[in-house]
Write a new protein. Structure first.
Length: 683
């Protein structure tokens, strides 16, 4: 081990572990040794015990809102120290732009899940997936669903291509769900993951035991897992298939989620000609996916499916664009593509390109002036951007063999149905793109392609202005795909958090269900007091605090005045003959008048703790309200969320959802909705 190299350590049971060098890790740029793994075997019994005894209780002392706030603070901390990670990332061969995807894409995912937690989850550790469903005729028996922390440990096994983002995109929803995790990065680039974990540990933001790091082998870790644990994997389809049938995972029904490399495709629509802007967008997208991260992306375009009459034109424009790509040491000015992550990866890609070339012609490659820039690059893991062309889509290799590098194959098709058949031969992909300017083409192709792809990008000149591109998984959208792509799902906003929670159905009386879920359930007992609920500060409000208002009889003058005020002169409100001939048999009041009248019944107008009404949820107009009907409202404190925020004056505030039931003189429900308000805390 050279003086400049680093001994990587695992972070286990709250301490950095490992003193003896083992496997040497080399710079992808010049082949110099930069780090080594440690030789000591990890006691995974101790690691799991620490996660269960320290990590889990520490996380569950916090609620969703508090964990969301920690994610935000951690994202800020990593951004403040990101240059340390950029320095280490350079060893992997990543350009600054490549590292930005990994490093700041990772912190951006933390920010995104902080927002998901703050906006979509309660200030507790139980999620109510309502509404409750009546299960009896008298309203005394109901059922609903809840989500709660699993009480286990998540094991994340990650790929080499995104050492930071790959860890954080799994960690963020896991942490938000209240689950400690053990992260195992791919060894080849584990030096960057270790650097990130050291920063995270130095931040002091995480509860002890919520994040542990494994450098090297997972040993007997999977053998020790229990039924409440979860395993997620990103990597090759072959490795995913082996892990999926691990005896202990099968025996204990341990959830296993895989996101595997796949033969993603991009289809140039049959409507696009070489004179169209979309033609150049297609060429640019394929070239970008070939050269970003040197093509080492699980979402990269491996198959570019093109109308037969345009395939030579696409090939020529791609040749011209690829010829301008400067390859070499990313520290050299002007370099736009670095090496592969390792010499082993370089050998693997070469072998797979040789297989692909047995049924395809080479359009561009090493023979076209490939000469990496920089000192010592002859010992680096560089690979030339390689474009192949397959005129016969029946060639099996192009649909079966993936070269995980800057390699893509053009494939000719004769009609749109043929293009979709070629896309499906990939047997499941993470992402596919369709470049078209014809909405009819998109309407036909996307529903067919969706059966074989986890995400689909429709690219035209309008979307191109803001498009994040074919190969960019976003925290808000699902990442994963069917078949070869692993059959799993990651990201997707709150969906990812729910993957680490346990769903259970609960049955009982509405009063009991309300007590369990921490929010008012229709039919549950309420508390009516002399003090109007709007006069209580956030802390003093209790779930079930309720107000039954006085009554109001709707008159023709009400309808006429509301119509004049709103400009809504719909015939059901003003045409006596047409209304009599309608299904209602009479003129009826505006639905929004009913809402306004109900607000007039339950609002406490004087200045008080209720600061603002910022929305309505679940609004339904259940029955019509006619002239002469009498309405009455019940306002009940349904749900409270403490987002731990203050206003500009330093006064704390929380969110309160109020259940509103508006009934007529016969006790029949005519309108139902939730009002969302900001309510001040005590000074």
């Amino acid at each position: 081990m050279t003086a400049q190299s680093t001994l990587l350590q695992s972070f286990i049971a709250g301490r950095w572990f490992g003193e003896t060098p083992a496997q040497a890790l080399h710079s992808a740029v010049n082949g110099r040794q930069i780090a080594s793994t440690h030789a000591e075997a990890i006691d995974f019994g101790e690691a799991l015990e620490h996660a269960r005894r320290s990590g889990l209780p520490g996380l569950l002392k916090l609620d969703f809102q508090q964990r969301a706030a920690i994610l935000k603070a951690l994202a800020k901390y990593l951004n403040e120290h990101k240059e340390k990670l950029y320095t280490v990332s350079a060893h992997s061969g990543a350009t600054r732009a490549d590292s930005w995807i990994d490093i700041e894409g990772g912190s951006g995912t933390l920010f995104a899940y902080s927002s998901v937690g703050g906006n979509e989850f309660p200030s507790s550790n139980l999620v109510h997936e309502g509404p409750a469903i009546p299960l009896g005729k008298q309203g005394r028996f109901a059922g609903t669903h809840i989500l709660v922390p699993r009480g286990g440990v998540a094991v994340h096994i990650n790929a080499f291509n995104f050492p930071v983002w790959g860890m954080l995109e799994k960690f963020a929803p896991t942490f938000l769900a209240g689950m400690p995790c053990i992260v195992k990065p791919a060894t080849a680039t584990s030096y960057l993951t270790e650097a990130a974990v050291r920063l995270i540990n130095q931040s002091g933001l995480l509860p002890a035991g919520s994040l542990q790091l494994v450098i090297g082998s997972t040993g007997d870790l999977l053998d020790r897992l229990q039924g409440q644990d979860v395993v997620t994997f990103t990597g090759s389809a072959d490795t995913a298939a082996k892990l999926r049938v691990h005896p202990n995972l099968v025996a204990r029904s341990i959830p296993f989620n895989a996101e595997a490399d796949s033969l993603n495709c991009a289809i140039l629509g049959p409507d696009v000609t070489p004179d169209d802007e979309e033609f150049d967008l297609f060429v640019k997208e394929v070239a970008r996916e070939m050269t970003t991260k040197a093509g080492q992306k699980c979402t990269a375009i491996r198959r570019a499916i093109v109308p037969r009459q345009h395939i030579d034109a696409v090939a020529e424009r791609l040749r011209a664009r690829l010829a301008k790509t400067v390859v070499g040491d990313p520290s050299v000015e002007g370099v736009r593509m670095g090496p592969l992550a390792s010499k082993a990866q370089q050998r693997d890609v070469a072998e797979r390109v040789a297989l692909l070339k047995q049924g395809a012609e080479q359009v561009f490659g090493a023979q076209d002036g490939f000469s990496p820039q920089g000192d010592g690059v002859s010992d680096g893991a560089f690979f030339a951007p390689t474009l192949l062309l397959c005129r016969d889509g029946a060639n099996d290799a192009v649909h079966d063999v993936e070269a995980f590098g800057p390699v893509s194959t053009l494939i000719a098709y004769d009609d749109l149905d043929g293009a979709l058949d070629l896309a499906a031969r990939g047997r499941g992909s993470l992402v596919g793109s369709l470049v078209t300017r014809d909405p009819a083409v998109a309407a036909k192709a996307i529903p067919v392609a969706a059966a074989w792809h986890g995400r689909l990008l429709i690219l035209d000149r309008e979307a191109a202005v803001e498009s994040t591109g074919h190969g960019s998984p976003l925290p808000q959208l699902k990442h994963g795909g069917p078949g070869r792509a692993g059959g799993g799902e990651e990201l997707g906003g709150s969906r990812a958090v729910k993957h680490y929670l346990q769903r259970a159905a609960v049955q009982g009386s509405p009063t009991m269900l309300a007590a369990v879920v921490g929010e008012h359930v229709r039919g549950a007992a309420v508390r009516e007091a002399a003090i109007h609920p709007f006069r209580h500060h956030f802390e003093d409000l209790r779930i079930g605090d309720s107000l039954l208002t006085h009554r109001r009889t709707v008159s023709e003058a009400d309808i006429v005045n509301f119509g004049g005020l709103s400009g809504d002169f719909f015939y059901m409100h003003f045409d006596e003959i047409a209304a009599r001939e309608s299904v209602f048999g009479k003129r009826i009041a505006h639905g929004y008048f009913v809402l306004s009248a109900a607000a007039g019944l339950f609002v406490s107008p004087a200045q008080g703790p209720v600061l603002a009404n910022y929305g309505l949820d679940t609004l339904r107009f259940v029955k019509p309200v006619g002239i002469g009907d009498t309405i009455q409202a019940r306002l009940t404190c349904k749900r409270k969320i403490d987002r731990n925020k203050t206003d500009v004056n330093g006064v704390g505030q929380g969110v309160v959802a109020w259940d509103v039931e508006v009934s007529n003189q016969d006790g029949e429900l005519v309108a139902s909705y939730d009002i969302l308000t900001l309510v001040a805390k005590k000074p």
